[in-house]
Design a protein around this ligand. Structure first.
Ligand code: NAD
Length: 441
């Protein structure tokens, strides 16, 4: 006998009230800022297309838990400095919250909320049993010593340890943090709860990190680009790419795109950009960056103003630095055919509309940069099972999961005549909604 439709459990009327009502703009993620974010627009449109009504939309707009902590540390010069840290857990209905920890001066609660919500969509889209979270500390890691960063990180864990862990919320590296940061988190958390490698991913290999995690986001970008090109019968040999950002994602994406036969003609960091008609020399740029802290004046490359990067004609433009890089002020000048969102939320909602009008395709962040969270998931599984996978296993599984997700998005977009972001959100929103319903709500 068929059981009654589960969907009848979720009322179609929306949330009647939030108790207590938010006092200030920013207290609740929902409708409190002047213009809706790209995430809110995408979730709202997906709910309408899927016929879900306002309840699901409201649930996907609100974060389950938001933490804000003050972290005092004594700087190397003897002065006391107080930093503000955040951790937002957006949704855990499909599994523990999962998401990066960012160290950057512009970190604030609104940014962390939006990034946490995107993680819920990303884990759902690639169909791994995890939810969405994000954290950050407003600081400039480039102006801090290793000792200061270590004390800051360990104190952050001391403040929030009750809310994080292998079954609740698992952090990973993001802008301004790296494997070393995750190593400190692992050590601090394990000092309280006993050896707990699954509490954090992106750790050093020596502490139970996974082979392939460091390169995963960049390699994932190439997997998605290759699937996209196959679907559109687009030859990759001889095509061109421009990459913004020379950090973890930008560097490894450039390397992986070049391995596909794509000519990466320009790349930038926050202060410099370089161009080379025959394709950039990543090894030379890396040496220059380590020696001089900037890409500028690398032999055999032309130096550019970083703002000029987006105006270079190319097939693939990969923004792999910070959010809102492509906005109303520069979108008209873009000279690419396809944007591959290596960063999270690099295109503003306004620019997204213009890109659609201009016929520039966008491969959305929740698909394009999902390689990182997929291999973080593998790391978590290995740590929980006390196993160590070979790099070949990690690479093959990454290719399988991300390849499947990409083909699913491309097929849905073609079948329903949607842009790729809308198609990706349809799939992700449906998965989260089904999980919410299955809990009985
Ligand atoms: P990172 O700190 O390693 O590198 C960031 C890079 O961006 C640096 O090279 C910095 O110089 C550059 N940058 C900053 N501002 C810039 C500007 N205005 N113009 C050009 N370059 C600029 O950070 P990352 O881990 O590579 O993350 C980059 C983006 O990718 C972020 O949006 C992050 O959320 C996203 N992301 C990262 C991962 C991951 O695994 N690290 C996974 C998914 C998404």
């Amino acid at each position: 006998m068929n059981s009654p439709a589960v969907s009848s459990r979720i009322p179609h009327v929306g949330i009647a009230a939030i108790f207590p009502p938010p006092k200030n703009p920013g207290d609740s993620m929902s409708n409190t800022h002047a213009t809706p974010t790209s995430y809110e627009i995408s979730v709202g449109a997906a709910c309408k297309r899927l016929g879900y009504g306002p309840t699901i939309e409201s649930l996907l707009s609100l974060a389950a838990l938001e933490l804000k902590v003050e972290i005092p540390i004594v700087r190397d010069n003897g002065e006391l400095a107080i930093f503000t840290g955040y951790r937002v857990q957006h949704q855990n209905v499909r599994g523990p919250c999962k998401g990066g920890l960012r160290y950057h001066p512009d970190v604030d609660i609104q940014e962390v909320r939006e990034l946490a919500a995107l993680m819920t969509m990303k884990t759902a889209l690639v169909n791994i049993p995890l939810g969405g979270g994000k954290g950050g500390i407003a600081c400039n890691p480039h102006e801090m010593s290793q000792r200061e960063l270590e004390v800051l990180t360990r104190k952050f864990v001391k403040r929030i340890h009750r809310e994080i862990g292998p079954n609740s919320d698992i952090m990973a590296p993001d802008v301004g943090t790296n494997a070393q940061t995750m190593g400190w988190i692992h050590s601090e958390y394990s000092a309280i709860y006993g050896h707990s490698p699954a509490a954090v991913t992106g750790k050093p290999l020596a502490l139970g990190g996974s082979p392939g995690r460091n390169t995963a986001t960049g390699h994932g970008i190439a997997i998605v680009v290759a699937e996209y090109a196959r679907h559109h019968r687009m030859p990759l040999k001889g095509s061109t790419a421009v990459v913004q950002g020379f950090g973890n994602v930008g560097f490894h994406a450039a390397q992986a795109l070049a391995a596909l036969g794509i000519k990466v003609v320009a790349i930038s960091d926050s202060r410099s950009a370089v161009y080379r008609d025959g394709g950039i020399d990543l090894a030379a740029l890396s040496d220059q960056k380590h020696a001089r802290g900037s890409l500028k004046d690398t032999e055999g490359h032309d130096s550019l103003e970083p703002d000029a990067l987006f105006e270079i004609p190319c097939d693939f433009l990969v923004p792999a630095a910070l959010g809102d890089a492509i906005h109303a002020g520069n979108v008209a000048r873009l000279a690419c055919r396809i944007i591959v969102e290596g960063a999270n939320a690099p295109v503003t909602a306004e620019a997204d509309l213009t890109l659609r009008e201009r016929g520039i395709a966008v491969i959305p962040d929740i698909l394009a940069n999902a390689g990182g969270v997929i291999v973080s998931y593998f790391e978590w599984v290995q740590n929980l099972q006390r196993q160590v996978w070979a790099l070949e296993t990690v690479d093959a599984e990454l290719e399988r999961l991300l390849g499947n997700a990409t083909r699913e998005v491309l097929a849905h977009a073609a079948g329903a005549d949607l842009d790729l972001r809308s198609a990706a959100f349809d799939i992700a929103v449906r998965r989260v909604k089904e999980a919410l319903e299955a809990t009985g709500l």
